[in-house]
Write a protein that binds this ligand. Structure first.
Ligand code: HEM
Length: 410
């Protein structure tokens, strides 16, 4: 059974987020998702009992889509299946995740420039790699570490702070605010408090970037134009408030899952170590096998049907990226982690018009983290004294810790 999602101010927003995501109670949702998919690609669903981070206690009719074929179909039809169901608007402002149609296309075109492959290449060598190296260097002489607490939890939010040229002296508060905003469906009060504090923190930086733009992403957002139109202050703040959790939470959990996959499959860890050319394949396979987000949400705009299952206008549609990523009609032995399998485009970043804007960035960060760990931590293995290390979570999934040993650097 799931724990109730409660907690006073003594719990950090991050701790509450983990509870709402099922990290405290759901160990393995895949047998149930696999069973659902085996019975059909779409089913009625009680949204109020599951995925509270997606929809809180919404009691409108809902269904869950589980097969690869139907998940890609729903995500390729934004006119029928709208993104407007996300309820972060009050806390995060009107933002890209919940926009549809022309508004979404226009907004995405404006912000996309900051995510081009070219700007990423520059960022990865000059910014991402030194940040990751800094964390790994700190543990390298110790011979043991918790790769979640010491590395994966820390570096993605650090990368985002650097991309927006924000001060780096209190990254944990930034991380906590960002988790708090995504709590809106389960604790609007906490989300509003985090959002107000984050806005108060961000606003002076934004005003400065309008006056004196630099080469950071906030400056780009403050100055970018499309057909003579600029983003308003509120647009920019809303975008940053989505970007911090969208890029921080996901990359932290995805990198943790990648390291977990390799540490629990030592023969594949050896293969990547001896052939670094396999790093990209390991990242792709980890994202398929244990993606950090198992579900996203859509909303039926009109009466429709999927393979004979009738969906009334106003139905919430849970799009199970987790179930579809283990669809045996697309991947052989889908429950196995196998970085040698034939590569096919996966669903961890979604599909269609809202497909993750930070997809290349997320993958590059994961690759850099793995490469650095392999290079600087020889003999890396799970700590044999650690009990029951595992991935947990229903909506967001990751291990809570990754205790490891390695040969300490002299
Ligand atoms: C491994 C890491 C990541 C995963 C698994 C991931 C996953 C996703 C998914 C599933 C969506 C689609 C949501 C939907 O359709 O409702 C999405 C959208 C988005 N992601 Fe990511 N993401 C990751 C990293 C990042 C990073 C690093 C950033 C930026 C710093 C980012 C920014 C965004 C934004 C802005 C959107 C909204 C795009 C739109 O609505 O057009 N993500 N992400």
């Amino acid at each position: 059974m799931r724990d109730t999602i409660s907690g006073g101010p003594e719990l950090s927003a991050h701790e509450l987020f983990d509870r709402a995501a099922g990290l405290h109670s759901v160990r393995d949702p895949y047998p149930e998702l696999n069973e659902l998919r085996a019975r059909g690609g779409v089913h009625p669903f009680d949204l109020s009992r599951r995925y509270p981070i997606l929809a809180g206690a919404v009691e409108t009719p809902a269904c869950i889509v589980t097969s690869h074929r139907l998940v890609t179909r729903v995500l390729s039809d934004p006119q029928t299946f709208s993104s407007s169901a996300y309820s972060y608007k009050e806390a995060a402002g009107r933002n890209i995740l919940q926009m549809d149609g022309d508004e979404h296309a226009r907004y995405r075109a404006l912000v996309q420039r900051g995510f081009s492959r070219r700007s990423l290449e520059a960022w990865s060598n000059q910014v991402f790699a030194p940040i990751v190296e800094g964390y790994v260097e700190r543990i390298a002489p110790l011979g043991r570490a918790d790769l979640v607490a010491d590395l994966t939890f820390r570096f993605p939010i650090h990368v985002i702070a650097r991309m927006f040229a924000l001060p780096e002296d209190d990254l944990e508060t930034l991380h906590d605010w960002s988790s708090g905003i995504f709590l809106a469906p389960v604790s609007m009060e906490r989300a509003m408090q985090c959002s107000a504090e984050l806005i108060a923190f961000l606003r002076p930086f934004m005003e400065r970037r309008r006056r004196e733009p630099g080469d950071d992403l906030m400056s780009l957002l403050a100055t970018v134009e499309l057909d003579g139109e600029r983003l308003s202050d509120e647009d920019i703040l809303a975008f940053i408030m989505v970007m911090i959790p969208a890029g921080g939470e996901t990359t932290y959990r995805a990198t943790s899952n990648l390291l977990y996959a390799l540490l629990t499959h030592p023969e594949q860890l050896r293969a990547v170590r001896s052939r670094p050319g396999l790093i990209g394949a390991a990242v792709e396979e980890a994202l398929r096998w244990e993606g950090p987000i198992t579900a996203i949400l859509r909303y039926a705009m009109c009466d429709t049907e999927l393979e004979g299952f009738e969906i009334a206008a106003g139905t919430h549609v849970v799009v199970s990226l987790g179930a579809a990523s283990r669809d045996g009609s697309r991947w052989e032995r889908p429950d196995a982690f196998d970085l040698h399998r034939r590569s096919r485009p996966g669903l961890a970043f979604g599909w269609g018009t809202h497909r993750c804007l930070g997809m290349h960035l997320g993958k590059v960060e994961m690759e850099i983290a793995l490469r650095t760990v392999l290079e600087r931590l020889p003999g890396l293995r799970l700590d044999p004294d650690a009990a029951d290390v595992h991935i947990a979570g229903d909506h967001f999934r990751s291990p809570r810790s990754l205790p490891v040993r390695f040969d300490a650097a002299a």
